[in-house]
Design a protein around this ligand. Structure first.
Ligand code: ZN
Ligand code: ZN
Length: 336
């Protein structure tokens, strides 16, 4: 075929829409896991550590009142068969539901503070992505001055030292003394149920490099740890479980740790607890109290296990609590 004919054929093919276009390969990766909001003069960055299937049937319990008037946790599947599925189905979600592990970075303009650190190497390949998302968000681990842990479960502390190696060379770790006392005590380890035992080993490995270099500094309850950030005891999930109240220019964000594990289940029914709660009755009381206060005061919430970025508000409608996720925006100006 002469060159002029080839050009004619191609032109005809293009005009008739027959031109063969190579299919683009699918990418199959998610966007980098960071989300920014401005709270007064502070910059808040939500960081995703990963998502994993949350086994609602195995771990969800509910506080029920016994004939003697006592409140006691009973497996949800036994006390209310089908309730977990029904509540998830109301949000178009299956069981087990995919859950997020979120951490939150606060840049006060003076200090860079990370609240929780993800699972590091303790949860397998699903998780431990905090460092790559921190870098994607424009920061380096060397820049972190302090890390405030809500409690010493693996998915909150593991990220400070994946594989036992400290990830944050300049950071001081702050954690409630009561959690440290509980999780570093071998007697508690021997008495703990089987599913909790790996947590003790994970805690020792994660905290060791910081302990050895004098960079583990426990605090007592209710303390202001940094200008604008106060430790608020919200015990029940663990003996020293702590939420952090971050305040700037009259705006407040409560980084609440593990007050909620599955939002579509625990907002409609705050009496639903998890087997990981060390004191389910206190955990329920804290959850209900914080829900009511946050709904009244329009406090912003940053949650470890609500779908990333886990930032939003709580609303009370006819006595039922609802989660209102933050509206996505690229306008980085102080929120209302
Ligand atoms: Zn926890
Ligand atoms: Zn957790």
């Amino acid at each position: 075929m002469r060159p002029v004919s080839i050009v004619m054929c191609l032109t005809l093919a293009l005009l008739s829409g027959d031109a063969a276009l190579a299919a683009a390969p699918q990418v199959r990766t998610q966007a980098p896991g960071f989300y920014r909001m401005i709270l007064g003069r502070f910059e808040i960055t939500a960081l995703l550590d990963g998502t994993h299937p949350f086994p609602v049937h195995e771990v969800m319990t509910r506080n029920e009142t016994t004939p003697t008037g006592e409140r006691k946790a009973v497996k949800l599947e036994e006390s209310h068969p089908g309730k977990a599925e029904a509540l998830l189905a109301a949000s178009d979600l299956p069981a087990p539901v995919e859950g997020s592990i979120n951490a939150f970075l606060v840049n006060t303009g003076v200090k860079l503070i990370l609240i929780d650190s993800g699972a590091g190497s303790l949860y397998g390949a699903c998780c431990g992505h905090l460092l790559e998302n921190l870098r994607a968000a424009g920061y380096t681990p060397e820049q972190i001055d302090e890390i405030y842990l809500t409690h010493l479960h693996a998915d909150h502390v593991g990220g400070i030292a994946p594989q036992g190696k400290p990830a944050f060379p300049n950071a001081v770790i702050r954690v409630n003394q009561k959690d440290l006392d509980y999780w570093l005590d071998v007697k508690n380890e021997s008495e703990a149920p089987k599913f909790l035992k790996p947590m003790f080993e994970g805690d020792r490995a994660s905290l060791k490099p910081y302990l050895e270099t004098g960079r583990l500094k426990p605090f007592s309850e209710g303390q202001e740890l940094s200008a604008g950030i106060r430790a608020i005891p919200t015990t029940g999930h663990t003996p020293g479980h702590t939420s952090y109240e971050v305040t700037s220019e009259g705006k407040t964000l409560l980084v609440w740790g593990d007050l909620v594990h599955v939002a579509p289940i625990q907002f409609p029914d705050p009496a639903i607890t998890v087997t990981y709660d060390s004191d389910t009755v206190s955990a329920e009381a804290e959850r209900t109290g914080v829900f009511a206060h946050a709904a009244r005061s329009a406090t912003w919430i940053a949650a470890a296990h609500i779908a990333f970025p886990g930032i939003g508000h709580i609303r009370s409608v006819d006595g039922r609590f609802e989660w209102l996720p933050a509206n996505y925006t690229t306008e980085l100006k102080p929120i209302n």
